[in-house]
Write a protein of this length. Structure first.
Length: 95
């Protein structure tokens, strides 16, 4: 299946979250995050983690399950062919 290859940019907050998984030794979450990041390059709207567009979100962000408690949130910029990873811990913007 051909198509666009998106550039995936991880914002600082999300980098901190990913580093926290690594420091905690959470290998399962890190493997899942890596798989999601790889999938986002070719198909940001489908794949593992139950991708869903966030409702009533003016930035048109999406989320995917990392585990039962945590979600990765991201924004797809189709005109720029970029996926911005916003966060990788928590459930959307809550703490």
């Amino acid at each position: 299946m051909g198509g666009l290859i998106y550039q995936v940019d991880v914002l600082p907050k999300a980098k901190e979250h990913i580093l926290a998984y690594k420091k905690a030794g959470n290998k399962i979450a890190i493997e899942r995050i890596n798989r999601i990041l790889e999938e986002l390059k070719s198909h940001p709207e489908t794949g593992i983690g139950h991708p869903e567009k966030l409702k009533n979100d003016k930035y048109e962000r999406w989320s995917r399950h990392i585990d039962q408690k945590n979600r990765m949130t991201y924004q797809i910029k189709k005109t720029e062919i970029i996926v911005l990873i916003i966060s990788a811990m928590g459930h959307y913007d809550d703490k």
